[in-house]
Design a protein around this ligand. Structure first.
Ligand code: NI
Length: 254
């Protein structure tokens, strides 16, 4: 199966990155999309994707790092996007929980990267935390101007907003958070999201699913997310994964 969102370039994997990657196949993980947070991590993602057949890359500047985005970074992202393993721009968006970059700059850089993605003919992977309405408003306006599809990663917004995203043709991804005891809304979302609009992810090394919560997350734990959602929906996990894998390939054009 596929892990549609990982950060294998993260320093949490510095000790055993090769081992984790070499074990993917025996762990039952066929493909990974490695997401980026800034220019250096975009370069690392492309390097991993170039080196390993089963890794693809999303490149871009995360809202935490929005202040690092400039014309030079934009040009370098355009260069990197020429690599055929680069399948999306991400993760980009808004994070008003940590506010690591000023909100005005986050919004500006988010909009600029949506425009860049549409220019490059790539879809986008969205990070949104404590900014659901503004994220939605920016995407709605962008959908009217540009041609792209968005994937709302680690979806934690309401069921009502999900309906609005679906109307725009967007996708959502769910990960370890659905397994957390207090995660009422992600569970509701997991039950109702159409099977042709859902992707599965780990966001490793973060968001480790139960029962490994507190430890480093790894791509292989995406299976725990699949089991959990299949249980919630009362369907076979094979059936669920057949859809989520197909959706991932369709969304990223793999
Ligand atoms: Ni992420």
């Amino acid at each position: 199966m596929i892990d549609s969102h990982a950060h294998l370039d993260d320093e949490a994997f510095d000790e055993d990155r090769e081992e984790v990657i070499n074990n993917l196949k025996s762990d039952g993980i066929d493909l990974i999309v490695n997401n980026s947070s800034d220019l250096p991590s975009s370069k690392n993602s492309v390097e991993l994707a170039s080196k390993y057949e089963n890794i693809y890359a999303a490149i871009g500047v995360h809202p935490h790092e929005a202040e690092t985005y400039n014309d030079e970074v934009r040009s370098e992202l355009i260069e990197l996007s020429k690599n055929e393993k680069v399948v999306a721009i991400g993760e980009i968006g808004l994070d008003y929980y940590y506010d690591n970059s000023p909100r005005e700059i986050q919004r500006e850089v988010f909009k600029k990267q949506i425009e860049l993605a549409s220019k490059l003919g790539k879809n986008i992977v969205i990070h949104s935390r404590d900014a659901s309405q503004e994220t939605f408003d920016i995407l709605k306006e962008a959908h009217e101007k540009y041609d792209f599809t968005a994937l709302i990663h680690c979806y934690s917004q309401s069921v009502e907003m999900l309906e609005e995203y679906l109307k725009m043709g967007d996708y959502i991804a769910l990960g370890g958070a659905v397994t957390f005891k207090n995660a009422k809304t992600p569970k509701e979302v997991a039950e109702v999201v159409p099977l042709d609009k859902l992707l599965l992810e780990t966001d490793c090394p973060y968001m480790t699913p139960v029962p490994h919560r507190g430890k480093r997350n790894e791509p292989k734990y995406v299976k725990l997310v699949a089991d959990y959602i299949a249980d919630l929906r009362k369907i076979d996990v094979e059936e669920l994964v057949k859809h989520t894998d197909e959706n991932t390939k369709r969304f990223f054009g793999i």
